[in-house]
Structures are given as structure tokens and as C-alpha cells.
Ligand binder design. Sequence first.
Ligand code: PEP
Ligand code: MN
Length: 356
Amino acid sequence: MEKITSAALKKRPLIISGPCSAETEEQVLQTAIQLKKTGLVDVLRAGIWKPRTRPGSFEGIGSIGLPWLQKAREITGLPVAIEVATSRQVEEALSHQIDILWIGARTTVNPFSVQEIADAVKGVNIPVLIKNPIHPDLELWTGALERILKAGIKHVGLIHRGFSSYGNTLYRNAPMWHLAIEMRRRNPDTMMINDPSHICGRRDILPDIAQTAVDLGFDGLMIESHITPDAAWSDAKQQVTPGRLEEMLHQIVWRRENGTNGEFHATLQKLREQIDQLDDELMQILAARMQIADKIGQYKKENNITILQTKRWNDILERALEKSEQLKLSKEFLIKYFDSVHIESIYHQNKIMNDS
Ligand code: PEP
Ligand code: MN
């Protein structure tokens, strides 16, 4: 079949969808046919080799799934995309006329692997999409982009799939939008696709993330879909039926493509990230301040002195109010703020005094 990808990749928004993993021929073909029927999907995706964090879970159907994708392509006319992590996988993909390759988050972290893929695609006319590395490191993402560009690949795209963070959060992978925005700023001519599926890890919040990506002016979305999502062999919780995908895509408010909207949201998002950062720092400073209050509490306890030292408190307030004008903070605000800090400080010292 004729190479159809270069033109297909120019469409905006570019919608890539398909199962997390190819499982059976029937599942691949049915998903592809239903996705094609929506009229909204531009590229069919499916994982053939699945890099799993721990062994024992489904690690992909392997090479026997490649002909299923060829068949899906023949039936639907949709270009097909798979993830590759080794040169052997690249060779197998190429020998089965796979149209687009993507590098997964667990591979982008490893320059040896990325270079191996870059060497394997050298001189080949195939688009390569690069997912962000698992952890929030723009240099590794940039390094992977540079390696693929150096291999002479003309159609390179980036996929923002969120970043791993420790502990339980709403997201499977924190979006950290500011990093995707910064990557976009550094590479304004490179296509940036958002993958809400791996950010969310659950299907109910996919629309919010997809909408934010659209608001930020991303070039497209990669969303996992499956004919029977709950029965999927991998990432069951985050996959949606092609029907649900269609519904979701219709509900998204697509922004004008003149760039102003994307830029507006990108700027807003960046400013908000800065506020969040400062709020975090303020809280750290407040926590450090309370630890000192604890020490003072301990000292007062040992010396049998009262917590409330009115003179000291007036001095603190006076010192702060003197700075009000220079800092452009109103006196009312400073009084309220220091009152709250004082109450919290007394509470801390009280606890120390009364703990035996
Ligand atoms: C995937 O797309 O199925 C996948 C494994 O994604 P990621 O590399 O983003 O985890
Ligand atoms: Mn997946």
C-alpha cells in the first residue's frame, strides 16, 4: 500500500486511537473498524511489545500481532502506529509496513535504547513519535528528540503522557503541564500530542485532561480504546469504547487554530505553575518557622516562662508593618496574616508545654 502517513499526520487535531495492546486478531480488527466508523480517528495505535514495570503481567502478543495490524490498515485505510524499544522491533515493524513508530516513556529514559532505535531507522522514511520520559526530565526528552532528528527522520512528534510521581495522586502520571509547555516552547515546529489515557489511568477524567490539552493548543490526542475495555489485557481502567471516544471528542470544545488561544492558555498555565511553586515554598517556610516555634516552646517550658510574650509580639508586627509599603502588601493583610501565624505558633507551643 502507498505511504499514507505524511499527509495523515498533517491533520489538526490529529486523533490517534486504538487498544493499549493488540490481544487477538478479532479485537484489533473490530476496534479498528469501529474507530474508522466514527470518522474522527486518523491513526490506529496498538502495542505489540509491552514494556511492563514488573514481569508476570501481559507483555504484549509479540510479532504475531503485526499481520493483524496490516489487515486492519487494509480494511480501514488507517495508518498504524506501534511502540518500539529495540532495533529488532524496528526491523520487524518495517518488514510489516507499520506506518508510524513511537518510543515509549520507559525507553525515552535510556539514551542507549533511543540511540539503538535511531540507528535502526536511519535512512528510513517513517514518522517517529517520542513520549516524554517517565520522570520529569526535559533534557532526556530533548536528547531523544535530537537522536531521532540526527538519524534523518523528517516527521518527528512528541507525546506528552505525564510524569511519574511518588504516592497516591488523582493521576496515574502527573500532567505537569508546564514541562510540556516548555518543551513546546523549545521546539515550536514539532508536533505535540497529548496522551490523556496514561496521564489519567482511569476513564472518567479523560475529558478534563483532553480539554486542557486542546485549550493549550496541542496538535492532537492519543487516546486508548478497546471494544470491551473492562476485559482488556492491559490498562483496562483507562480504555474507552470507540463509541465513548466519539462522544468524548464531540464534547470537547475545539479552540481556534490561530494560535492565540493556545498561547493565552499556555501563558496562563505557566503563571499558575509559578504561583503553585511559590505557594509550596511559602508552606515550607511556614513549616520551618513552626519548627523554631516548637524549639522556643521547649525552651520556655524548661525555664517555666509563659507562651504569650506581648512585647515580642508587638515588635514582630511593627517590624512587618514598616515593610508594608515597600512590599506593596496592605497593612490589613499583614495584620491578618501575622495573626494567623501567631495563633498557629501559640498552638504549637501549647502542645509542647502540655505534652508530658
Ligand atoms: C502505551 O502507550 O501503551 C504505553 C506503554 O505508554 P507509556 O510509554 O506512555 O507508558
Ligand atoms: Mn497503555
